[in-house]
Structure formats: structure tokens, C-alpha cells
Design a binder for this molecule. Structure first.
Ligand SMILES: Nc1ncnc2c1ncn2[C@@H]1O[C@H](COP(=O)(O)OP(=O)(O)OP(=O)(O)O)[C@@H](O)[C@H]1O
Length: 893
């Protein structure tokens, strides 16, 4: 019932016509537009913005209630006052038995129409409209008891098929809306005696109607508004409202049908508007993704269960009932008047005549889709009321609304979306920042690594360069030294050869040389002193000249030159002195060698002995240090050892001899090993270049091997392997003697037994007997005796078990064979070895099988040394195996 004022009003939100999509919903509607019904007349009641609305006539359905129990009896003989032709959507109202009037409706629902069908043809199109954003009204009008509440308000608790329009509408709304973005809320009111009362809060019984002057929107802000999220809550509310309605009526002493019940369902749905058609360049280039325009559609479904209409006409009530009747009459007649006015396209629609018409102004002639169901009874007794109802419906059918969708900009939703987008952008920004930081860190690290690498390379290059320079420097120093020693040797050899050629004894020749050299040296020292005095004199002269300033620059220069010449000469003299000293020492050394060779008396040491000529030399030098010791001191051990690796073979030979001499003295042995001399000697042995070198080197190693501390070092540096190789390779008996002597010394070390044997020491020792030279055999026998002694000690101490390694390495045959050797030293060593072997029962059987028992018996009887004799006897007597065998052989000691 849009008044002119309302029709000219401006809607708050965007007003949209019914879209194709939304209108498609209505195609399913059984309400069909009828050409007979005028539309143009309603146009003047629509808003000024009516051009963009969609015409929507009020749809009217008529529903016939079946006869009730009373009517079945009372009207049993009478026909119904109406005859329905649902297929033609027609209703015939009988005037009498012969005459009737025919009315067309949008839908004609017989007494057999189900609640479901009624909902679908009457309410469903309106509900769908509401869900699309339009306002909608479903109103039931009719005489009391004709089924308005049955049609609208049945809860269908026991039988769901009985559910009325209210419950079914809510079911559909809840099934369609999205709980995340949409909302549904209801208020439930009753209009009684022109008073609006809240059925959800009956104390709130004077609710006012508020009309927005701009949009014409009608609202009841004072009513309780309850959010509905499920059907159960809604049913509870309906029950509560119904209870309150009854209570209210009871309280007011009225009947339920005498009030209008109004259920308002508010639906708010979020929709996304289309993006801007032409985004700006900034928008295009920006990372900011413009969110779709958020819109909200607010719509309202109004379900109205009117009070019974017949009371108005038949009321003859008095007092309160009269007042009540008047009120109902007033409101219903106001509604009727408005509908008439709208139907007749009247200039004035009396909307303000009652609260009912004010509440329903949007439903008739407004923007809502409205569906009216008029309920009628079949009884001919109420034909008048039925006719009146039918005429009300007929007039309502002429009312045309202009449907408008109401969209508002959804600021809340926009804010929410923007917040989400901002969060996303912040997260993205943080991710990018982290990636950037990581990249920077990676590049930094890479750069640091590169810098470190460059620094390392640079340091390495520097170090290499430094080492190279050092090497070159040392190389040149070494070359100079070698050259010097070479010169010395040459000088010495010449002198020595000369002596030999003259047929004079080496001692006298050397002594002469020595005295001659000493003379030369004294002369040189004298000359050097003179030169030094001269230099000092010149220096003081120069100082005087400089101090006095006399003589001028030329004199100074002259003096400086003279000074330089003197310095040069001095240096030259010093060099000559060194050379001479070396020559003298060398000659002394050679002489020493000669004497020892001549005077050697079979000592185990190659270069020393009890009658060592060292003492003679020492004597000849009148209390001076030995020449070797002097050489050691004057030249330095390092320099001498360095000569072992000289490129010049002669130098090497000479150097190895010197080192061998040095190694003969116990005091030097440790120093030689510490300074790497052992290693150099082993290198020489390994290089297999010259028999003399090997012999002398082996001799030096043999000397070093006398020292227990050195023995382990020799083993550690692979000495036994090298000695073994030499033992197999060498032919020279003297070389073999040295090698055998070295191994024999190592055999005497308790700690090295296993290693020596595993590295082939015993086999190498036994291999050397091929030579047959008594010196070599003696060293072999010594080695075997040493080894047997250590083994015996280890067995006694429980460190070793099992038979002798000598037996394992097949030494027994040679031992037995040489046990009675003609050479006393050999015999003595072997006798001792046999006694040591026999001391351990584990060797007894092997000794018996190898024929050693006979030798042991012989030793016990014939050995020249008493201690060995008694040792052999003791051993044989203490061994059960030997005793048994002797008994068997009938040998008696
Ligand atoms: N279509 C129908 N089929 C079967 N029974 C019906 C139908 N319509 C109404 N009735 C029954 O008729 C009786 C009256 O119905 P109802 O109360 O809905 O009428 P009403 O129009 O609301 O009356 P009032 O105006 O007094 O409230 C109820 O018992 C109801 O069950």
C-alpha cells in the first residue's frame, strides 16, 4: 500500500530490477500473469524510480477447508456454497440452487490440497524472491475457522507433512543461505486493538512502527530480533510466540483469532559485485589485487495471519468485545480500503488509517512480492462471509507491486576482505623479505668464502715462494759446501797418494803433512792478524780523516777503496784458512783410518776396537781432541750428514765413511740418529748404488744398532727390511759381515723379537751363511744366540708360548751342523743358542728330531766353558722329554 509519499521516496541502497536469473525462479510459480488484469493502473502507485522495477502483481490463491464435523452434520443435506474448478483456476459461488458466480484466481486449492502443495504454489515463489533480495509477503485472509493458522502456522511436530508455510519457508531459507556470509533473524508480533505486542517478549507491548522518510522502509525496531541458525531454534520461537499469543489473549481476555499475528523474517545475504570494468593503469601495475565489490542484500519476508474477518460483520458485542470488534473491523476495513484504492488506481491510498496498513504498506502497492491466500469454508450458512472473502481476494488481485531488489554496499564485508588481503600481503612481504635476507646472507657467505679462498691461495703462493727461495738458498749453500769438501778430499787424496808412492809409512807422511799444514795455518793466521791490524789501522786513519775533515773527498774515497780491498783480502784469507783446516782434518782422518786398518784385531766393531788407533792419533796430537771429534765440532754434524745425500758419489762415499767413524763412538750415536743420520744411512742402503757405500753404511748402522735406543728406531724406519734386502743381494763378505752384525745386534732386543722375525730378519741372517766367511758366520751365530736368549727369557717370563721362532724359520739344521764349528766364536755362540732352546720343553721334540740332543750331550760333556757345560747338563736333566729320550738311547751324562 504505497502512498504517494512513499512512492516518491528514495531507497537507501542500490535498487535493482528483478534479474533474468531471479525471475527464472518465478517461472516455476503457478501464479501466472493474467492479461485480464490491468497493470497500468498500479503504475502510478510505484516509486519515482519505478522505471527500473519489475511489475509484480499481488498473487491470490483460494483454499477451501474441508467440512468439519459440525458441518458434516449440520450441512449434511446441503451442497457446498462453492464449487471449485482447480483445472481452470475458477471458483463458482452459488447464489442459489440455480445460479452461481464464477471467479478466477491465481490458484484454486481444493479441500484435498496438501500443505506441501499449498506452500509451493503460494509461498515458495515469494520465499525465493526474498532469498534473491526482494521483500516478500504471504498473508492469509479469511473467516474464522477457515484454516488461516492451519495454512500458515502449523508446526507439524507430529506429522511433518502438516507443516505450514512459516516452517516450510524457514526450512527453505536456512537450506539456501550460507552460514558464513549470510544471516537470518526473526521477530514475531501481534497486532491487537491497534497495539503491537512482541510475542517473543510479551512485556514489550507497545512497539511503534518506524518509517524511513527517505526509503519508505517500514520497520519495528523495538521488536525482539532473534538470529536463526537452525530449524529447531525457529520452532522453539514459534512455540514460544504461540504460547505468548495465547497468554496475551488470556490476559487480555480475548480470542486468538481476534489479533493479527505477524512473523517477520529478515534475510541478509552477501553478494559480490562485478569488478570495475576499466581498472586504472595503477591498478594494473599494482600488486594489490582489488577485491570484488562486496554488496549485501537485505530482504524481509512478512508472514501475516489475520484475525477472522466475519466477526467484524456479525459482532454485536458490547463493552470490551465491542471495542475489540471495532478494532478488528477498523484494521481489516482499512486494509480493504487500501486494496480497493490500489485496485481502482485511486489517487489516495489510506495507508495511515491503521497500524495494519502501515505495517503492510510495502506488501500492497510497494516493492514486495506479495502472495495472498484467502481461506474459505464450504458451509452454505456462511455464504455471505465466503462471498466477502472472495471479493477481497478478487480486489487484491488487481494490486500491482513494483519489485525492487535492495543492495547495499557491504562495508563490513569489504573491511573483512581488505583485512584478509592486507594479512596476505604482509605475509607475502615477510616471505619476500626473508627470501631477500637469505639471498643477501648467501651472497655474503659466498663472497667471504671467495675472499678466504683468495687469501688462502695468496698465502700458499707466498709460502711456496718462500720455500722455493729457501730451497734455492740451501741448495746453493749445499753446493758450495760440497765443492769445498770435494776440494778438501782432492787435496787429501793427492797427499795420501804421494805418500804411498814414496813408499813411506802413512804415519810419517801424515805427520809431515800435518806439521806442514800447521805451519801453513800458522802463517795464514799470522797473515790474517797482519791483515786485521792493517784494516784496523786503515779504519782509524779513515776515522781521523773523517773527524778532521782534512784530505777532502778524494782521500776518503782512496782510503775507502783500500779498506774494501783489505776486507776482500781478509775474507779470502779466511776462506783459505777454512779450506786448509778441512784439509788438515781430512788428512788426520785418513791417517786414522789407515792405522786402524793395519791394527784391526777382529773386533765386532768395524771402526773401533780395543786397540783403536784413535788413542795413537790422540797421542800424536799431544792432547788435542780426536780429529773426528774435531771435525764433528768444526764442520758440524748436520753438514756432514747432508753430504750423505750429495749428488757427487765421491762426496757421498767420503761422507758415509766419516759418519761411520762418528757412529763408532757411543757418544755420537744418539746425536746422529736425532739429526736424521740413521735415515740417511738407510736411504744409502736402499739406493744400492755402490758396494763400498753399502758396506760402510751397513757398518754405520751396525754401530748405531749397538745402542738399544736406536734399535727400535732402526726397526721403525724399515731398517730390518733394508738390511734383509742387502743380506740377500750383497756378495762382499765385509758388507755381509756388517749387515749380519747389525741384525745380530737387533736380535738381542727383547721387544723386537716378533717384528724382527716377521720382517724376515732370521731368514736374512740364515741366508748370509751362504757366504761361508767365518766373520759372517760368527755374526750369524751371535745373532742366533742373541735371539734364542731373548726367546728363552720371554718364555720364562710367560710372555711367549709355543716353540721357538728359530725352529719355525728352519734355523735348527744350521745350528746343529755348526754346533761343533772349528771357529771358537761360532761354536760358543751356537752352544749357547742350543742351551737356550733346550731350556723350554716345547722345543725338545724338535731338537731331538733335528739331532740337537747329541750336540747338547756333547756340550754338557766337552764344552770348554764350564758355565755352558753345566747349563747344558742342567737343561737335559730337567727336561722329561730329553731324559726319556736319553733313557731310550741309553745315554748317561
Ligand atoms: N485445509 C484444512 N484441512 C483440514 N482441516 C482444516 C483445514 N483448514 C482448517 N482446518 C481445521 O479447521 C479448524 C480451524 O482452523 P484454523 O484455526 O486454522 O482457522 P482460522 O482461520 O485460523 O481461525 P481463527 O481466525 O479463529 O484463528 C482447525 O481445527 C483446523 O485443523
Amino acid at each position: 500500500m504505497a502512498s504517494n509519499g512513499y512512492r516518491n521516496g528514495t531507497l537507501k541502497g542500490t535498487v535493482k530490477p528483478l534479474t533474468a536469473a531471479t525471475s527464472s525462479n518465478h517461472k516455476s510459480s503457478s501464479f501466472k500473469s493474467r492479461s485480464a488484469i490491468r497493470r497500468s493502473n498500479s503504475a502510478s502507485f510505484n516509486t519515482a524510480a519505478g522505471d527500473d522495477g519489475v511489475p509484480g502483481r499481488v498473487r491470490v490463491a483460494v483454499r477451501l477447508r474441508p467440512r468439519n464435523a459440525e458441518e458434516l452434520v449440520a450441512d449434511a443435506d446441503f451442497a457446498d456454497c462453492v464449487e471449485l474448478q482447480p483445472e481452470f483456476k475458477r471458483l463458482k459461488l452459488r447464489k442459489n440452487n440455480w445460479d452461481s458466480e464464477t471467479y478466477e484466481f491465481d490458484e484454486v486449492l481444493t479441500e484435498f490440497a496438501s500443505q506441501k502443495r499449498v506452500y509451493e504454489v503460494v509461498a515458495k515463489p515469494v520465499v525465493e524472491s526474498v532469498l534473491d533480495g526482494y521483500n516478500g509477503t504471504v498473508m492469509a485472509y479469511g473467516q474464522t475457522g477457515t484454516g488461516k493458522t492451519f495454512t500458515l502456522g502449523r508446526l507439524g511436530e507430529e506429522d511433518t507433512s502438516a507443516r505450514g508455510i512459516m516452517v516450510r519457508s524457514m526450512e527453505e531459507i536456512l537450506a539456501t543461505v550460507s552460514p558464513e556470509t549470510d544471516s537470518v533473524s526473526v521477530s514475531y508480533l501481534q497486532l491487537y486493538m491497534e497495539t503491537i505486542q512482541d510475542l517473543l517478549d510479551p512485556a514489550n507491548d507497545n512497539i511503534s512502527i518506524v518509517e524511513d522518510p527517505k526509503t519508505g522502509d517500514v520497520s519495528v525496531p523495538g521488536a525482539t530480533l532473534v538470529d536463526i541458525r537452525d530449524e529447531h531454534t525457529f520452532l522453539e520461537l514459534l512455540r514460544l510466540g504461540e504460547a505468548h499469543r495465547i497468554a496475551a489473549n488470556t490476559k487480555l481476555n480475548t480470542e486468538s483469532s481476534r489479533s493479527h499475528a505477524i512473523l517477520m523474517v529478515h534475510v541478509k545475504r552477501s553478494v559480490l559485485g562485478a569488478d570495475d570494468a576499466n581498472p586504472s593503469e595503477m591498478d594494473k601495475s599494482s600488486h594489490f589485487v582489488k577485491p570484488p565489490k562486496p554488496l549485501v542484500r537485505k530482504s524481509k519476508l512478512v508472514l501475516v495471519d489475520l484475525a477472522g474477518s466475519e466477526r467484524v460483520h456479525k459482532s454485536g458485542s458490547e463493552g470490551h468485545m465491542l471495542e475489540e470488534a471495532k478494532s478488528i473491523n477498523l484494521s481489516l476495513s482499512a486494509l480493504g480500503k487500501c486494496i480497493n484504492a490500489l485496485a481502482e488506481n485511486s489517487a489516495h491510498v489510506p495507508v495511515r488509517d491503521s497500524k495494519l496498513t502501515r505495517l503492510l504498506r510495502d506488501s500492497f502497492g510497494g516493492t514486495a512480492r506479495t502472495s495472498l491466500i484467502v481461506t474459505i469454508g464450504p458451509s452454505p450458512r456462511h455464504r455471505g462471509e465466503t462471498a466477502s472473502t472472495i471479493l477481497f481476494g478478487q480486489r487484491a488481485m488487481k494490486v500491482e507491486n513494483m519489485l525492487r531488489i535492495k543492495e547495499e554496499f557491504d562495508y563490513k564485508s569489504l573491511a573483512r576482505r581488505l583485512e584478509i588481503q592486507v594479512d596476505k600481503l604482509i605475509a607475502e612481504n615477510e616471505r619476500q623479505q626473508k627470501a631477500f635476507d637469505d639471498e643477501v646472507e648467501r651472497i655474503n657467505l659466498e663472497a667471504q668464502n671467495r675472499v678466504s679462498e683468495v687469501e688462502r691461495n695468496f698465502t700458499d703462493a707466498l709460502e711456496k715462494e718462500r720455500l722455493k727461495c729457501q730451497m734455492e738458498y740451501m741448495e746453493s749453500v749445499k753446493k758450495l759446501e760440497e765443492k769445498m769438501i770435494e776440494n778438501e778430499l782432492k787435496h787429501g787424496c793427492d797427499a795420501f797418494t804421494k805418500d804411498k808412492c814414496n813408499g813411506e809409512g802413512p804415519s810419517s807422511s801424515t805427520a809431515e803433512d800435518i806439521s806442514e799444514l800447521r805451519k801453513l795455518l800458522e802463517e795464514e793466521i799470522h797473515m790474517r792478524k797482519e791483515a786485521e791490524e792493517e784494516v784496523n789501522k786503515l779504519e782509524s786513519q779513515l776515522g781521523q780523516c773523517t773527524d778532521s775533515g782534512a784530505g777532502g773527498g778524494a782521500e776518503i774515497l782512496k782510503l775507502q777503496k783500500a779498506l774494501e780491498d783489505e776486507a776482500r783480502q781478509k775474507k779470502k784469507l779466511e776462506e783459505e784458512m777454512i779450506i786448509l783446516r778441512s784439509q788438515m782434518l781430512q788428512l788426520t782422518f785418513e791417517a786414522d783410518q789407515m792405522r786402524r786398518c793395519l791394527g784391526r784385531g777382529g773386533s765386532g766393531n768395524a771402526y773401533t776396537g780395543p786397540d783403536s788407533p784413535m788413542s795413537q792419533v790422540r797421542d800424536s796430537l799431544n792432547g788435542h781432541k780426536t780429529p773426528v771429534a774435531a771435525l764433528f765440532e768444526q764442520v758440524g754434524l748436520q753438514k756432514i750428514l747432508a753430504l750423505l745425500e750429495s749428488e757427487d758419489a765421491n762426496v757421498r762415499i767420503h761422507a758415509v765413511k766419516v759418519v761411520a767413524n762418528l757412529a763408532a763412538e757411543e757418544a755420537n750415536q744418539e746425536k746422529i740418529v736425532e739429526s736424521g743420520g740413521l735415515n740417511s744411512l738407510l736411504m744409502l742402503l736402499r739406493s744400492y748404488e755402490d758396494e763400498t757405500v753399502r758396506r760402510v753404511a751397513a757398518g754405520a748402522i751396525a754401530n748405531l744398532a749397538m745402542n738399544e735406543a736406536n734399535q727400535e728406531l732402526i726397526m721403525l724406519q724399515g731398517g730390518i727390511s733394508l738390511l734383509s734386502i742387502t743380506a740377500f743381494d750383497a756378495e762382499d763378505p765385509q758388507t755381509l759381515r756388517m749387515v749380519a752384525g747389525a741384525i745380530a745386534n737387533l736380535c738381542g732386543n727383547d721387544k723386537l723379537q716378533a717384528k724382527l722375525r716377521s720382517e724376515g730378519g732370521i731368514k736374512a741372517l740364515l741366508g748370509m751363511v751362504r757366504c761361508g766367511h767365518p766373520d759372517v758366520l760368527s755374526q750369524v751365530a751371535r745373532g742366533i744366540a742373541n735371539f734364542a736368549k731373548c726367546e728363552s727369557r720371554a718364555s720364562t717370563n710367560g710372555i711367549k708360548s709355543g716353540r721357538s721362532l728359530l725352529i719355525d724359520d728352519n734355523a735348527l739344521p744350521w745350528i746343529v751342523q755348526n754346533a761343533n764349528n772349528d771357529s771358537a766364536p761360532i761354536r760358543r755362540h751356537i752352544e749357547l743358542a742350543l742351551c737356550h732352546l733346550a731350556q723350554h720343553e716345547v722345543n725338545a721334540k724338535d731338537l731331538i728330531n733335528g739331532g740337537a740332543l747329541w750336540e747338547l750331550v756333547r756340550i754338557s760333556r766337552d764344552c770348554s766353558r764350564e758355565d755352558i757345560r753345566s747349563l747344558a747338563r742342567r737343561t737335559l736333566n730337567s727336561s722329561p722329554v730329553f731324559r726319556a729320550e736319553m733313557r731310550r738311547l741309553r745315554i748317561e751324562l
